[in-house]
Design a protein. Structure first.
Length: 273
């Protein structure tokens, strides 16, 4: 097991998912430290994960081999600028923030820093995460291996060789779980309107999502073929799929994913100074 100590700066939703996933995979709790603005958030984290916490970012960073920046994009500048003097020279910095560029991170933290921009997602908690990773030129092979160890412990991880592709990762997997949750919410509601009691509709919807995801990931054929196998000619599925296609679902999904990319670019521009 890895001997590195990881400091999570900003122990909110994303950090908790990564911390939980690492612990579920056997990462020693004594090698994890988390910070937040309030003692209340930290006491939740201690209760859930039994790890060291502090409101003092400098204290956490001083001990850390890996500094995972998990604050909102809007406070990243303030947090990183303040921390730059406490970061150990050989530490690895990993940002999870959407829309904060490598250029900004280097400007605020220091040009010499080894920085990875990551884009994880919340299923990391269940070790079912999907993360994209992009490294600056200071990141050594050992630091890349360490990054792989962390992100592979909580799911799958893919390196991209152009920073702009992190925006594509945001649109696909960073924000992606929310798209599936939205579809689940809608299917549950429609099932109830069709006469099922709420609990039955909920359970059938969720089990169907789980079953479909498992078939898509575990079977040797692609999603299109799995869909065809359900779609009997002149049957019921055909009518539902035809409705999705005719009403523009593919275009709508593309538009939604492009909106996520556009927002990341907009944030990067607005927060760069
Ligand atoms: N929620 C998600 O599904 C994903 C989020 N992200 C990224 O993760 C980052 C955090 O997002 P969430 O966890 O959703 O937000 P969140 O609001 O749940 O967590 C942010 C945490 O930062 C803490 N914080 C604020 N200022 C601080 C400071 N000065 N020092 C230390 N801690 C401070 C807050 O107390 C809070 O607990 C964002 O940059 C977001 O782009 C990336 C991928 C997915
Ligand atoms: O919505 C957001 O901005 C963050 C980044 C990806 C998922 N949540």
């Amino acid at each position: 097991m890895n001997e590195s100590t990881i400091a999570f700066i900003g122990a909110g939703n994303m950090a908790s998912s990564i911390i939980g996933g690492l612990i579920n995979n056997g990462w020693p709790t004594y090698q994890l430290i988390a910070t937040a603005r309030t003692e209340e958030t930290l006491s939740d984290i201690r209760e859930k994960f039994n790890i060291e916490t502090t409101v003092d970012n400098h204290q956490a960073v001083g001990k850390a081999d890996v500094i995972m920046l998990c604050v909102k994009p809007q406070v990243m500048k303030e947090v990183l600028t303040d921390l730059s003097s406490s970061i150990k020279p050989n530490a690895l910095i990993i940002s999870v923030a959407a829309g904060i560029t490598m250029e900004s991170l280097q400007k605020w933290g220091g040009e010499h820093l080894s920085i990875v921009r990551s884009m994880p997602n919340t299923p990391s908690l269940l070790q079912c995460g999907a993360s994209g990773l992009y490294a600056n030129n200071n990141v050594s092979n050992d630091h890349k291996k360490l990054t792989d160890d962390i992100f592979n412990a909580i799911g799958i991880a893919k390196w991209v060789d152009q920073e702009s592709l992190i925006d594509a990762v945001i649109a696909v997997s960073g924000s992606g779980p929310a798209y599936y949750f939205l579809l689940m919410e809608i299917m549950e509601q429609v099932g109830s309107r069709l006469g099922l009691d709420n609990e039955t509709s909920r359970q059938l919807t969720l089990q169907t999502a789980l079953g479909a995801a498992r078939m898509a990931t575990e079977s040797s054929v692609d999603a299109a073929e799995l869909r065809r196998r359900i779609t009997s000619p002149k049957g019921t599925t055909e009518q539902a799929i035809k409705t999705f296609q005719e009403q523009g679902l593919p275009e709508l999904v593309e538009k939604a994913m492009n909106a996520a990319v556009d927002r990341s670019i907009e944030l990067a521009e607005a927060l760069k100074d």
